[in-house]
Write a protein that binds this ligand. Structure first.
Ligand code: IPE
Ligand code: IPE
Ligand code: MG
Length: 244
């Protein structure tokens, strides 16, 4: 068990509420998504400022394909273009980029762009930024099970050796600590198929603020809520107090 830090080592965010933000202003939903991308820049800066080394953002879920075709097209294009445009800036700021999710539907050009961006930034250490794109927690667990199945069938892996640590190493978040703090904006109280396995012991923070309105004040409120929580990992209150 890791000793909990006062500042989370890994922050995971469901950036929700873009559509409602735009609709409240009589604007098309995509205007909210555009504003949302600007807020991502702000949050990356905040993580640098507050020394949070891992940030994972849910940008597009496996279920978001169920939206109207027009929104899906605009949103996926916006996300891919923004990613491409931001790589140099991220690199200049010492950010190591990783994209998790099934990129196959975006085609080989996008897959290559992402692979190049990940490779170009892999030496960076200021912030590990993970973007979940066409990501689903169930998808992640299933792709891990499938790859473990292949490894056991070929004799490379013994089924009896599959423990939590090994299983985690087959998830798309391999080599990352599990999130310490989860934030969801937009007022919904659910996980929406985000990091299902990885969130097992994460502290959850929900805010009604819509993602385009997310700012340092809300960010600090979440950090403060985290700071005063007692993470017990199954132990009693007294045990935790004694060991701290
Ligand atoms: C979050 O905002 C962005 C994505 C899900 C891609 P929404 O588009 O879900 O905004 P609301 O929840 O409809 O307001
Ligand atoms: C979750 O938001 C997914 C992302 C933020 C990418 P949704 O708006 O899609 O979630 P639901 O459908 O309301 O649960
Ligand atoms: Mg939503």
């Amino acid at each position: 068990m890791r000793t909990p830090r006062v500042i989370p080592e890994h922050l995971a965010i469901i950036m929700d509420g873009n559509g409602r933000w735009a609709q409240a202003r009589g604007r098309p939903r995509v205007a909210g998504h555009r504003r949302g991308v600007e807020v991502v820049r702000r949050v990356v800066g905040l993580c640098g400022k507050h020394e949070i080394p891992f940030l994972t953002l849910f940008a597009f879920s496996s279920e978001n394909w169920n939206r109207p075709v027009e929104e899906v097209g605009l949103l996926t294009r916006l996300l891919v273009t923004s990613l491409d445009n931001e790589v140099q800036r991220l690199h200049d700021n010492g950010v190591r980029l990783k994209v998790i999710g099934d990129l196959a539907p975006f085609g080989p050009k996008v897959e290559q762009m992402v692979a190049r961006a990940e490779e170009a930034t892999q030496v960076n250490t200021a912030l590990n930024l993970t973007i979940a794109l066409n990501y689903g927690g169930r998808w992640d667990v299933l792709q891990a099970v499938q790859r473990i199945g292949i490894a056991t069938a070929s004799g490379e892996l013994d089924c009896a050796d599959v423990d939590e640590e090994l299983f985690s190493s087959y998830l798309s978040t391999a080599n990352q600590p599990d999130p310490d703090l989860f934030i969801r904006t937009g007022g919904e109280l659910r996980i929406s198929n985000f990091l299902l396995w990885q969130l097992a012991y994460t502290e959850l923070f929900f805010t009604d603020a819509l993602w385009p309105d997310f700012d340092e004040k809300i960010f600090l409120a979440a950090l403060e809520a985290y700071r005063v929580r007692q993470r017990r990992f199954g132990q009693t209150r007294e045990q935790v107090l004694l060991s701290s």
